[in-house]
Design a binder for this molecule. Structure first.
Ligand code: AMP
Length: 395
């Protein structure tokens, strides 16, 4: 069956139409600048990308255009919308309400709305996408797949913060974690590549993209993860600070005379490797600057890797061992230097990288030597395929 996978943001929307039997992508694309002007990039499999500017005052026009392109005589890949069997939606925050994917119903939407305070920008945007699809594709079964769901197996000791308990009890303030769909997909794939049951494996998945998080997966279950109540906690990211002393907030507020909204903008948009390097949020630019002798860029790369290493080390301790350390997402899949630097810290665990095997980009591979006690892998993530699988399983 064909599953339309939708990943809806406040001003953008990504989509893929996937044939679930063969798990092939029939077409994919992106709507950008929704509510501003509107640009659609549509790519039918095996054909050239088509980019067009078209008014998209709301998500209704954007999704309408996507459906038009999918069924278009020239650029389309299906002859009518009847050939779409179901829609899978990427949802961001399901709080404690969703430990797995869920069929979209009126009640489900209400429950997701209850989680909106935790993701005030992301959740309402995904719900707009859900509502527009229900309007334009009436009667089609739809499924919501949550970024937080995979992490609902974390034990209390991993998800509680050291703040007054009533914040958790009354308001649900705790670690939830994100990128769950990616961590789950990559952990499953790792077990397949290693040819071992996932139940027998301790895996640490490093999702290193513009947003970045690390998850300890023990026996196929998430037991700890670096992002928290929001995706701001944890690693240093492209533009996000990750962990800092909360006292820094007061210091910035007083020094710069700014309110909490401005502080959050600094921590979300102006920090991370962008803020540290002063060069860019993109590692390719920072690496280029470092290789030209920019000392701040060099320090940024070292600091970034050091923080990843500290998280990995803490998860080895949390699981009392590790079988595989796995790299995924933009940086993890593409940057052999970052992978090698991070792995070089784990000689004491018996991890030995194979420089030749590690000399790859965007491919599945075991990048450690055959004798390496702990395996290191590169496994490209595929959140859309995971959403497609979850959708099929639920309907
Ligand atoms: P993602 O959020 O997973 O799409 O990852 C995007 C980030 O991956 C970019 O901002 C870059 O920092 C990083 N990235 C992508 N390709 C490369 C590459 N070839 N070398 C280094 N970093 C890369």
């Amino acid at each position: 069956m064909n599953v339309l996978v939708i990943n809806c943001g406040s001003s953008s929307l990504k989509y893929q139409l996937i044939d679930s039997e063969t798990e092939t992508v029939l077409a994919k694309g992106l709507c950008e600048r929704i509510g501003i002007d509107g640009v659609l990039t549509h790519q039918p499999a095996g054909k050239d990308k088509i980019k067009m500017e078209a008014a998209m005052p709301t998500h209704t026009e954007a999704i309408g255009m996507v459906l038009d392109q999918l069924t278009d005589k020239e650029n389309g890949v299906i002859s009518s919308l009847d050939e779409i069997s179901a829609v899978g939606h990427r949802m961001v925050h399901g709080g404690e309400k969703f430990a797995c994917s869920a069929l979209v119903t009126d009640e489900m939407i209400k429950t997701v709305e209850e989680c909106n305070p935790f993701a005030p920008l992301h959740n309402p945007a995904t719900l707009i996408g859900v509502n527009v699809c229900r309007e334009l594709l009436p009667g089609k079964p739809m499924v919501g797949v949550f970024d937080t769901a995979f992490h609902q197996t974390m034990p209390e000791k991993a998800y509680l913060y050291g703040i007054p308990y009533e914040y958790y009890e009354k308001y649900g303030v705790r670690r939830y974690g994100f990128h769950g769909t990616s961590h789950q997909f990559v952990a499953q794939r790792t077990a397949e590549i290693l040819g071992k049951p996932i139940e027998d494996l301790k895996i640490i998945v490093c999702h290193l993209g513009n947003g970045a998080s690390i998850t300890a997966v023990n026996g196929g279950k998430s037991v700890d993860t670096s992002m928290g109540l929001t995706p701001l906690e944890g690693l240093i990211m492209g533009t996000r600070s990750g962990d800092i002393d909360p006292g820094v907030l007061e210091f910035i507020a007083k020094t710069d005379n700014v309110d909490i909204n401005e502080i959050l903008t600094i921590l979300n948009k102006k920090s991370g490797v962008l803020g540290l390097s002063g060069v860019s949020s993109d590692f390719r630019d920072i690496e280029a600057a470092a290789s030209e002798g920019n000392e701040r860029a060099k320090t940024t790369l070292e600091t970034y890797c050091y923080h990843v290493v500290k998280y990995i080390g803490s998860y080895v301790a949390a699981m009392n061992g590790v079988d595989a350390i796995v790299f995924t997402a933009g940086l993890g899949e593409n940057d052999k230097n970052t992978r090698a630097t991070i792995c070089s810290y784990f000689g004491y665990l018996g991890l030995e990288i194979d420089p030749k095997a590690n000399d790859i980009r965007g491919q599945e591979a075991i990048i450690s030597t055959q004798d390496s006690k702990v395996k290191a892998l590169c496994v490209p993530t595929n959140e859309e395929l995971m959403i497609c699988r979850e959708t099929v399983a639920l309907i």
